[in-house]
Design a protein around this ligand. Structure first.
Ligand SMILES: [Zn+2]
Length: 40
């Protein structure tokens, strides 16, 4: 099973079907609404 994790706050967004254990990074709805400044 694959897991989708928010790259901003590291919260689990959701899951998807996969043969292997996979982690994808995305944005949760909360962070998607916020303007995030990238810091070096
Ligand atoms: Zn988030």
């Amino acid at each position: 099973m694959g897991t989708i994790v928010c790259q901003t706050c590291n919260s689990t967004i959701g899951h998807f079907e996969d043969e292997k254990v996979t982690t994808l990074y995305g944005k949760c709805t909360q962070c998607d609404h916020e303007e995030v400044d990238e810091q070096e």
